[in-house]
Ligand binder design. Sequence first.
Ligand code: NAD
Ligand code: MG
Length: 390
Amino acid sequence: MQNLAILGSTGSIGQSTLDVVARHPDKYNVIALTANKRLDTLVEQAAVCLPKYIVCCDENDVSTLKELVSARGIPVEVLGGKSALIDVSCSSEVDTVMAAIVGAAGLQPTYAAVCSGKKVLLANKESLVMSGQLFMDAVKKHDAQLLPVDSEHNAIFQCLPIDAKNPKQDVSKILLTGSGGPFLNRDLATFDDITPAQACKHPNWSMGQKISVDSATMMNKGLEFVEAKWLFQSVADIEILIHPQSIIHSMVQYNDGSVLAQMGRPDMRTPIAHTLAYPERIASGVAALDFSEIAQLTFCPPDFERFPCLKLAIEASGSGQAATTAMNAANEVAVEAFLQSDIRFTQISDFVRETTEQFAHSEVLNIEDVVELDLVARTFTQEKMRSRAC
Ligand code: NAD
Ligand code: MG
């Protein structure tokens, strides 16, 4: 039995994780579920999988949550606040932590799970983008097992040689694929008119709002480039390739000319099941690909004029830790403002650029510095937005 904590259980990844887990009651035992605001969904989930703890992020919600579970007679301990999130991530009752909180809010609990030597299933790419080397050093120091859930990174992980002592000698390139999102072919002259609803309507994947907007700007691929660098840069260079059908989830090219691709339907239950069961395989509920149904697989290079956020992220990854921490913070603020219709779609990259440039040379020596820089960069971005609105 693997004892699980699912951070962000009410989100898209959290719900897909529970779907996979429910198929294998003999293998997985849910110890803790955590959520931000969707308390009703959290209570429904608790009623089904009977965890030991449920955690709401806002301490002010604890009494409401307690009432909700006692009204339903659900025998669960209710905890609240950021420290409770960290407590369940580190708990000795937990073996495996699914890190599926969205954004910077996931950093501290995910980092705490790493520092407790857990098996960490990493969906929360922002935590690695924010803290890169510190995060990877902690994985090593605390002997944690880090398994990538992000479909591309999971695909790369699956295509890399198992137990290769020095894969660098054999792997010539990593091909990180991306669909190009909903605006791959939209007339550039109309980008100012893009609405939040249009940006959230991804052609292939069903995801939370923030990552959907990131996919539309292709900042998601930029964050994934940084994520891939931290996970795989010791192996080979990384090249981004547009593949609109999202059937191939990424590829690894070898020196002898072989290219290994991981393929499947665009359904996150596949990489989730892979990480949960690794090194074994379990059923995920995802149907097999039907190749006779797939009309074509196409590819093209990314267009940086159309997707300036992608270029910004690639540049930031070469500038060091502070640049990607600040970039991530600015992006979260800008995406939220776009979702509230406070800024235009095309302004997201402007705010991200300004903030990244402002803080690119800040010093980041530990996780406290990362958290501090994240806050300062957010404030800076918000102030820029206010001054622009005046
Ligand atoms: P989502 O918005 O659907 O869910 C986010 C979860 O985080 C929710 O449970 C929410 O309650 C929780 N949360 C939000 N703010 C919080 C806060 N301040 N403190 C604590 N918890 C908070 O997001 P998602 O699409 O499931 O994405 C989750 C993570 O997985 C993101 O980092 C995303 O980039 C990554 N990811 C998602 C997908 C996907 O298909 N959805 C694919 C790859 C990677
Ligand atoms: Mg991805």
